[in-house]
Design a protein around this ligand. Structure first.
Ligand code: BES
Ligand code: MN
Ligand code: ZN
Length: 496
């Protein structure tokens, strides 16, 4: 699907979408159509529940006395309350409605209602962005799907006041969509296709955008002393990798900002094996790595004026005769020793070395890690918020605001010495589990021991990386949660 922009002249045929505000208040274009069709819109509204609330649509098929195939009324709610976010949802909702209507091409008349006028060209650009996000589909393995079962919409024409301005804004928003959809692809791929080497290759593909990419193998990581990460991958036939990507869009001597992702390409649990039920979900245990790769694609795509480092620890957690055992003690790159009580608490072991490496090599301004780290975060927050943990209030506050701005919500949970004590052990410097209580917090405490006091935040995205239902701009499946959030954080605070 593509989005294009044109001026506000009403087509006289095809599929047209017109806006209706709360209490069935017709927009000027809707008014115009209604007049031309002898009040057909008003009549259709009267004979339905449609009130013009945000998200509502009413589909009028082949209205008599016109050449229109369809006129779709799209509710926008109280027009003065329209925000950039809700306009995106409007775009997403339209894609769903138009696909259900089997439309191939449609024009949406984006009349400058109160809130839309305030947003200017950004409004139309955001409609386009929402539409593109919702139009995403991972269907490459559905070889028997018939043409008529597939979504039909090829082009959404957005008629607005300033089409060239909208197009200009859309160009960079579209790069962000490309990043989100790249992440969604990676998260959706099964683990026989995406394993450490191939996930690293997905990072290497970004070289064409000017991203500098290095991939470290097991030999190199052994030299660096990454016993914690390597222990997780040692039961797998697939070689563990560390993916290091740099985007140098900022001033030469500006220290970078750093993002670190958990990339467990499949998490069986290892010797502490998981139950069979639902284990297939663990193909998306590389969600954090998927986000940092998609984020790089977005930043490089829109040529962000910032220095950014993204690192992903890539391993497969398998049980085998070479697998790590419960009770094993490993030495991390930081020199700290870890008793592996449960081989299923592997994400923190991977991140321990990835975080230490990142701060040691790049001396970044801060590090933010993303990980599908704990089932406990789903118990606490469900699928509405990702967990946020930080040793730095300013960073936490900026993340929280960025999440609210793009609709990827975070909820901060505490850290503290008493929680930290839960991961002490007699046999080594720490153990990799802290017991049932506060499972997401003790996991974060573990990570904090590897950030060397740098400003740091941890996003536990286990509940938000995959969605079982469609939402306005996110079809069910891999969500790409985190890409827009971190892109926004960089744009707001770290671009020159
Ligand atoms: N990858 C899982 C966490 C997870 C669970 C992500 C469900 C998405 C959905 C992680 O590696 C894990 O297994 N965590 C354990 C930790 C426990 C052994 C301390 C968990 O949450 O059960
Ligand atoms: Mn696990
Ligand atoms: Zn895991």
């Amino acid at each position: 699907m593509k989005a294009t922009f044109t001026d506000l002249s009403l087509p006289s045929s095809g599929v047209v979408v017109v806006l209706v505000a709360d209490e069935r208040t017709l927009s000027p274009s809707a008014e115009q159509v209604d007049k031309a069709l002898d009040g057909a819109l008003a009549k259709a509204m009267r004979s339905s529940r449609f009130k013009g609330k945000a998200g509502e649509t009413l589909d009028i098929v082949a209205p008599r006395g016109s050449d229109y195939d369809r006129i779709i009324l799209a509710g926008v709610g109280k027009s003065k309350d329209i925000k950039a976010m809700s306009v995106r949802n409007l775009g997403g909702g339209l894609v769903a409605a138009l696909n259900a209507a089997a439309a191939r091409k449609a024009t949406v008349m984006l009349d400058p209602l109160d809130g839309l006028a305030e947003l200017g060209a950004a409004a139309a650009a955001r409609v386009g962005q929402g539409a593109m996000l919702r139009a995403y589909r991972f269907d490459k393995y559905r070889t028997k799907e018939k043409e008529e079962q597939k979504p039909t919409l090829q082009e959404l024409v957005i008629a607005c006041e300033n089409p060239s301005g909208a197009k200009r804004e859309f160009d960079s928003l579209e790069k962000i969509v490309d990043g989100v959809n790249y992440t969604r692809d990676l998260v959706s791929e099964p683990a026989n296709i995406i394993y450490p080497e191939t996930l690293a290759a997905a990072g290497e593909a970004l070289k064409s955008l000017g991203v500098e990419v290095e991939v470290l193998g097991e030999k190199e990581m052994e030299k660096l002393g990454m016993g914690s990460l390597l222990g997780v991958g040692q039961g797998s036939a697939r070689e563990s990798k560390l993916l290091v990507m740099q985007w140098k869009g900022g001033a030469k001597n500006d220290p970078p900002v750093a993002f670190v992702g958990k990339g467990v390409t499949f998490d069986t649990g290892g010797i502490s094996i998981k139950p069979a039920q639902g284990m297939e979900d663990m193909k998306w245990d590389m969600g954090g790595a998927g986000v940092v790769i998609g984020l790089m694609k977005a930043l490089a795509g829109r040529k962000a004026k910032a220095n950014v480092v993204c690192v992903a620890g890539l391993v497969e957690n398998m049980p085998s005769s070479t697998a790590q055992r419960p009770g094993d003690i490993v030495t991390s790159m930081s020199g700290q020793t870890i008793e592996v009580i449960n081989t299923d608490a592997e994400g923190r072991l991977v991140l321990a070395d990835a975080l230490w490496y990142t701060q040691d090599r790049f001396k970044p301004r801060f590090m933010i890690d993303l990980a599908t780290l704990t089932g406990a975060i789903i118990i606490a927050l469900g699928h509405e918020h990702a967990g946020l943990f930080s040793n730095n209030d300013e960073l936490a506050q900026r993340l929280d605001a960025a999440g609210a701005a793009v609709g990827e919500k975070l909820w901060r949970l505490p850290l503290g010495d008493a929680y930290d004590k839960q991961i002490n052990t007699d046999s080594a410097d720490m153990k990799n589990v802290g017991g049932r209580d506060a499972g997401s917090i003790t996991a974060a405490q573990f990570l904090q021991r590897f950030v060397n006091d740098l400003p740091w935040a941890h996003l536990d995205i286990a509940g938000v990386t995959w969605s079982k239902k469609d939402t306005a701009i996110t079809p069910k499946g891999g969500t790409g949660f985190g890409v827009q959030l971190l892109d926004h954080l960089v744009a707001e605070h770290y671009e020159s």
